[in-house]
Design a protein around this ligand. Structure first.
Ligand SMILES: C[S@@+](CC[C@H](N)C(=O)[O-])C[C@H]1O[C@@H](n2cnc3c(N)ncnc32)[C@H](O)[C@@H]1O
Length: 195
């Protein structure tokens, strides 16, 4: 089954990843938001936004947020999640072939990279580099265990996405890895004048 057909079947169920009910998911979103070095981002992008649960939490930290997904049903549900956020734009796109214009100071690739094969990931990494603003942060978060639909390992996803960027942070536990990279150092203490 190709990726689009797989997600078409999956989104026959409401909230197939249990974003609204699982503590695992709520904790992961809290970690993601807590690790962001800046209080706000001007123009952010979330790839593979699903039903928009993370999108809504990111939206509170962004002036503008683009959220893309391959699946129309997921986007319809995402519209409900961000109905009170006029600064969020939802767009259907199959990455990396379909790609938005513009540069972003925050790009979030959460639980989507392993659905791409190595060639697609390499193309995506190059395009992400072009889309990342000079002061931008590229964040990736992925489940560490193998599963049937994964076309790449999480280790390869994070290695390819990093490219030549500096590591901004790296959190790992038994189940997930949450990392981010940037072109410039991101010390919060420096940014706030503490050192
Ligand atoms: C597991 S969900 C991640 C949701 C959210 N980012 C999070 O971490 O809470 C993955 C989503 O990525 C979308 N997706 C998978 N491959 C994609 C691709 N090549 N382009 C765009 N979206 C894709 C799926 O439709 C699905 O909604």
């Amino acid at each position: 089954m190709n990726t689009a057909a797989y997600f078409d079947a999956l989104y026959q169920q409401a909230d197939p990843f249990h974003y609204r009910s699982r503590w695992y998911e709520a904790r992961k979103r809290a970690l993601t938001l807590a690790c962001l070095p800046r209080p706000r981002y001007t123009n952010a992008w979330e790839l593979g936004c699903s039903n928009g649960v993370l999108t809504a939490e990111l939206a509170a930290r962004c002036d503008a947020l683009l959220a893309t997904d391959i699946n129309q049903q997921a986007l319809a549900e995402a519209a409900g999640s961000v109905s009170d956020c006029p600064h969020v734009t939802l767009q259907r796109a199959h990455h990396p072939g379909q790609w938005p214009p513009g540069r972003f100071d925050l790009i979030v690739v959460s639980e989507v990279g392993y659905y791409l094969d190595a060639g697609e990931l390499q193309q995506m990494a190059l395009q992400l580099d072009d889309s990342l603003a000079e002061d931008g942060l590229l964040l990736a978060c992925h489940w560490r265990h193998p599963f049937d639909e994964a076309r790449s390992t999480t280790e390869n996803v994070h290695r390819l996405l990093r490219g030549g960027l500096l590591e901004a942070f790296n959190y790992q536990d038994e189940d997930l890895v949450l990392q981010a990279w940037s072109r410039q150092p991101t010390s919060v203490a420096t940014w706030e004048g503490l050192r």
